[in-house]
Design a protein around this ligand. Structure first.
Ligand code: F6R
Length: 275
């Protein structure tokens, strides 16, 4: 049995988190607390590099947003330094703002092209991204699900987390069993999302992979940094697993890791078993 209050901050600690006091059905999720944003980003980037080294055809999905920015930069740097070829792997997008064109700097697609595809020289035939300008968004969802299915599922998915606990645009209340779908965005998502845009932008709907995609991914990583994510990480890791806190689904995945920095971990209070 893990002893209480063994969670420490300071140097890097890797914990295997047994949610033994919540649900015995939960297997094990790895919780890694890195000192800072750099450490968090490096650990996530390293896993992408190692995956592509061992499985050059891997299907990868990485979130857009502030959290994965350095992870993406480090993936590109490490790929160059270690001579890792990304010319056979395939990427799908996690989500997109409905009605926002790809050339808009605030779009998820713009992020991925700028921070990941261009530096890694990923060609257009290696990616399948949501077209959030489509008149037929249901068809977009079906097309995305088909590609993922045909490629045998996602090998590695790296997600961020919203302050309301969303993953992708799987907002609080979403069913865990959904595949790709269109969603009305939460008020928090609409207002926090303004940070990605130069000018005030109407954000009402999103198109997103579902949590079932995350559950079926061979490995799922959630990254979060900064004090602003401390409350949501406490809920995710120590709260109940429920649809009101979509990120808590990570604890049901059989091969998941949450990588956070010390600030994001600063409100954790429960017992954690340190490996
Ligand atoms: C973006 C996405 C969102 C973000 C989340 C956190 O593709 O999927 O769920 O991961 O809103 O955003 P940041 O990283 O900007 O705090």
């Amino acid at each position: 049995m893990p002893s209480k209050n063994r969670l420490q901050t300071g140097s890097r600690i890797i914990c295997a988190f047994n949610s033994y006091f919540h649900l015995s059905s939960i297997s094990q999720m790895k919780l890694t607390i890195e000192k800072d944003y750099d450490g968090m980003s490096l650990r996530a980037a390293r896993q992408v590099i190692d995956l592509v080294k061992s499985n050059p055809d891997a299907l990868i999905c990485i979130a857009a947003g502030d959290t994965p920015k350095l992870t993406c930069e480090l993936i590109a740097n490490l790929a160059k330094k270690e001579n890792v070829a990304f010319n056979k792997c395939y990427f799908v997008s996690l989500d997109e703002w409905v009605g926002i064109p790809p050339e808009n700097e605030g779009s998820c697609q713009y992020f991925l092209r700028t921070w990941l595809f261009k530096p890694l020289k990923i060609s257009d035939d290696q990616v399948h991204l949501f077209n959030a300008m489509s008149k037929d968004l249901e068809k977009e969802c079906a097309g995305m699900d088909k590609i993922i299915r045909e490629k045998g599922g996602i090998d590695l998915i790296i997600v961020g987390v919203g302050r309301n606990g969303h993953i992708g645009f799987n907002e609080p209340g979403i069913r865990f069993e959904e595949y790709s779908h269109v969603v009305d965005l939460d008020e928090t998502t609409q207002s926090v999302g303004q940070k990605y845009f130069r000018e005030e932008t109407k954000l009402t709907q999103g198109i997103t992979l579902g949590l079932q995609h995350l559950m079926e991914a061979k490995k799922a990583i959630l990254i979060a940094n900064g004090i602003k994510k401390a409350d949501v990480m406490k809920e995710t890791i120590e709260g109940e697993i429920h649809t009101g806190m979509p990120a808590s689904i990570m604890r049901k995945h059989t091969n998941a890791e949450i990588i956070i920095d010390e600030e994001a971990a600063s409100k954790l209070t429960s017992a954690h078993e340190i490996q």
